[in-house]
Design a protein around this ligand. Structure first.
Ligand code: PAD
Ligand code: ZN
Ligand code: ZN
Length: 377
């Protein structure tokens, strides 16, 4: 492409300081270096994790930063040594890389690549500790090596995967995070079994994807829990068999769920990001074998305090990032299953806005009006 090897000027949303809404600016995006790829982002969803950076509760972030990680785009140019994609390919950025060589990548049991930004004390620069973004003469930080709130972004090759060139990018961007995370938490991490009873705390884009996973896995009872009852219609459409709101009960939700089910649920998912709800979810689990899955991201530095007897008596507490998927291996197949209409992930997209209206998109998230808002460049 004519832009290869040159600096590109384009739109991006920058969070200059903690607590400030992302502001749309013109940024310069440097060409990709060795083993890096520059991508034209076509569509990107807004996930609660992006909001965690805005609020300053995501660990190890330096500002100013360009967040965004639920994107899909087209390769614009590649740096030396890149072999897995070429300009024009449709791709999805990976929130967790897959280097294919480290102990975790080689183990069938793990998806948290050891060459990940997550293993760095300060994680939001490129692997060589520099940035490809500048704005008004200042270096701007990356996020998760994805930074999809920029029309053009640079990623390491380990953090990108090619998908079907017929895939609609404005829809499959959800596979980069929300859908894959929730669906995988149910089918990979919990391994929900047919006939089981599940409780999902938090019915946002990720929680509703857990609901979809529980349904595909054949759960017979899927109980959705949210303080925002507006989420219930969609939850039921996607597979929840009943929905309840904590404010309608005088008792703690674990007692409510144990009463509803007899001895507790087989699987409870925390998909909000609150440690107190993790404890409630664990207590809601069936004595002796129930499994609580931590999906929500609690604030950086928070600690979990639980009665160890809960575990001694056989309840399990587990957690996973990005649904436990090895993303490079899994995403092309998930997208291809979407193309075969295996999942109705389009139902998770409540709003679509032009990228310039990103602040409106965050407002929809803050007021609980959106499930997923997809921004289009
Ligand atoms: P969201 O804000 O769209 O959904 C959260 C839902 O929880 C909303 O519907 C709220 O109304 C509801 N809620 C809030 N407080 C309560 C409460 N006390 N009781 C019941 N319901 C409540 O967020 P999301 O779906 O985009 O993300 C959910 C969490 O998952 C969030 O913490 C995010 O950071 C995390 C996440 N984790 C991963 C991962 O890999 N583990 C990936 C993506 C997102
Ligand atoms: Zn996310
Ligand atoms: Zn690895």
């Amino acid at each position: 492409m004519a832009t290869a090897g040159k600096v590109i000027k384009c739109k991006a949303a920058i969070i200059w300081e903690v607590g400030q809404m992302p502001s749309v600016e013109e940024v310069e995006v440097a060409p990709p270096r060795s083993h890096e790829i520059r991508v034209k982002i076509v569509a990107t969803g807004i996930c609660r994790t992006d909001d965690h950076v805005l609020k300053g509760i995501f660990p190890n972030i330096e500002y100013p930063v360009i967040v965004g990680h639920e994107g899909a785009g087209i390769v614009e140019s590649i740096g030396p040594g890149v072999t897995s994609v070429k300009p024009g390919d449709k791709v999805i950025p990976l929130c967790i890389p897959q280097c294919g060589e480290c102990g975790c990548c080689l183990s069938p049991k793990a998806n948290c690549c050891l060459k990940s930004h997550l293993c760095e004390p300060l994680q939001n620069l490129m692997p060589d500790k520099t940035s490809r973004f500048t704005c008004k003469g200042k270096q701007i930080h990356h996020f998760l090596w994805t930074s999809t709130f920029s029309e053009y972004t640079v990623m390491p090759e380990v953090s990108i995967v090619r998908i079907d060139n017929d895939a609609p990018l404005d829809k499959v961007c959800l596979f980069a995070c929300g859908f894959s995370t929730g669906y995988g938490a149910a089918v990979n991490c919990a391994k929900v079994d047919p006939g089981s009873t599940c409780a999902i705390f938090g019915l946002g884009g990720v929680g509703l994807s857990v609901v979809m996973g529980c349904k595909v896995a054949g759960a017979s009872r899927i109980i959705g829990i949210d303080i925002n009852k507006d989420k219930f219609t969609k939850a039921k459409e996607l597979g929840a068999t009943e929905c309840i709101a904590p404010q309608d009960f005088k008792k703690p939700m674990n007692e409510v769920l144990v009463e509803m089910t007899g001895l507790g649920v087989d699987y409870a998912f925390e998909v909000i990001g609150r440690t107190d709800i993790v404890v409630t979810a664990l207590k809601s689990c069936h004595l002796g074998h129930g499994t609580c899955v931590l999906v929500g991201a609690p604030p950086a530095g928070s600690q979990l305090s639980i009665d160890p007897t809960l575990l001694l008596t056989g309840k399990k507490l587990i957690g996973c990032l990005l649904g436990g998927w090895k993303l490079k291996d899994a995403l092309p197949q998930l997208v291809s299953d979407y193309m075969k209409k295996k999942f109705n992930t389009d139902a998770l997209i409540s709003h679509t806005l032009p990228f310039e209206k990103i602040a409106e998109g965050f407002e929809l998230l803050h007021t609980g009006k959106s499930i997923r808002c997809v921004l289009l460049f």
